[in-house]
Every structure is written in C-alpha cells, then in structure tokens.
Design a protein around this ligand. Structure first.
Ligand SMILES: [Ca+2]
Ligand SMILES: [Ca+2]
Length: 114
C-alpha cells in the first residue's frame, strides 16, 4: 500500500472513532472529587457486572467470564471497524481496480465536504 493511502485510512479511522464516541463532547472542567466519584461509580458498576451471583466477591469463574466477554467485545469492535473501512474503501475505489489512487482520494474528500 502507498503511504498516502495508509495516511488516508488512518484519517478515516480517526474520523470514524471521533464520530462514534463523543471524545470531544463539550468538556468544561472536573474537580478531583468529581473525577474520583464518577470513576468510583463506574468501577462499582463494573464490579456489579462481573459479580454475576451478587455475593460481593469476584471469583475466578466470574473473572474469566468477564475476561472472555471483554475479548469478545474487542473482537466485535475490531470487526465492525474493519467492515466500515472496507465499505469506505469500496466507495473510494471508483474504478473498482482494488487500488486507491490519489485522485480517488481527492474525489472522495471533495464529496465528503459537499
Ligand atoms: Ca461473585
Ligand atoms: Ca481505484
């Protein structure tokens, strides 16, 4: 792959990531207490999700089940991103030769702006 194509797909990937998570959703400021409190809540929620039998302990079985769940979610997310990338690649590759030319990138960018 040409470096420019790689840069382009990095750009697309970043764009997808930014629009799918509200990474830069209006952020004002947060105090240390607010930060810790919100993270503590998130941690507590996470604990409750892992502790499926609600005995207030995480045993090896629950830990492994959670680990598998996290791995599965990551794989699904990676597959979804790959699918999105493939779809974009298909759209960009106007002449369907399986390669992305500089011109095709320029046309795609231009169409994105409109
Ligand atoms: Ca438990
Ligand atoms: Ca092409």
């Amino acid at each position: 792959m040409l470096p420019i194509t790689m840069r382009f797909f990095t750009f697309i990937l970043v764009t997808i990531t930014l629009f799918s998570n509200d990474v830069f959703a209006e952020f004002k400021e947060i105090s240390k207490k607010e930060f810790l409190d919100s993270n503590l809540k998130a941690l507590e929620k996470r604990f409750d999700q892992i502790d499926t039998n609600k005995d207030q302990k995480i045993d090896a079985k629950e830990n492994e089940a959670w680990r598998q769940k996290v791995i599965k979610a990551r794989k699904e997310r990676a597959a979804a991103i790959q699918k999105q990338q493939a779809e974009i690649r298909k759209k960009v590759d106007i002449n369907k030769d399986g390669k992305i030319s500089k011109e095709e990138i320029e046309i795609y960018k231009k169409n994105q702006k409109n």
